[in-house]
Design a protein around this ligand. Structure first.
Ligand SMILES: Cc1cc2nc3c(=O)[nH]c(=O)nc-3n(C[C@H](O)[C@H](O)[C@H](O)COP(=O)(O)O)c2cc1C
Length: 141
């Protein structure tokens, strides 16, 4: 089974979750700059910026070939509770005909928002536990 982990991040939160997933999957977490040639399961994650995914996240999803990427497990982070990025990325996958097998989302509050003077990318123990559980569950699908 081929597993790939890709993420879009501005301030490190989503990358930190990607790295936990990658450790469980036994592969490297890579940014959207590295295309996915083929994957039985692709874990893909991104943050939320002004109620949208980053353009790099949407553009990456647009490049996916449904004959080569069999299924996607989405992981997203945001400051508030609304899962707008998950919704937008799920729609791109649906339009392409790639099944989304799971959705992981974490509300980070002000973590990573430099404007609030908070650095990103440092996860709490329960966040690590939750994302590892998600990764294991998705790998069993
Ligand atoms: C410029 C900017 C705009 C943001 N806009 C939103 C937003 O509209 N809604 C929200 O819930 N979070 C928003 N956030 C919070 C981020 O989604 C959150 O910090 C997320 O974890 C960022 O992921 P990253 O650290 O991987 O970039 C924003 C953060 C930044 C820096």
């Amino acid at each position: 089974m081929t597993i790939a982990v890709r993420y879009q991040t501005r301030n490190g939160n989503t990358k930190a979750f990607a790295e936990q997933i990658a450790a469980i999957a036994g592969v490297a977490a890579q940014s959207t700059n590295t295309p996915v040639e083929q994957a039985d399961t692709l874990f893909f994650g991104g943050g939320t910026y002004f109620m949208k995914p980053d353009k790099a996240a949407s553009a990456f999803m647009d490049t996916l070939d449904p004959t080569k990427v069999k299924q996607i497990a989405l992981f997203t982070t945001s400051g508030g509770p609304e899962m707008v990025t998950d919704k937008a990325l799920t729609k791109i996958a649906a339009d392409k005909g790639i099944p989304v097998i799971g959705h992981f989302h974490k509300v980070m509050g002000g973590k990573g928002m430099k404007i609030l003077g908070q650095s990103g990318g440092v996860l709490k123990d329960d966040q690590i536990t939750d994302v590892k559980d998600f990764a294991r569950k998705m790998l069993a699908e």
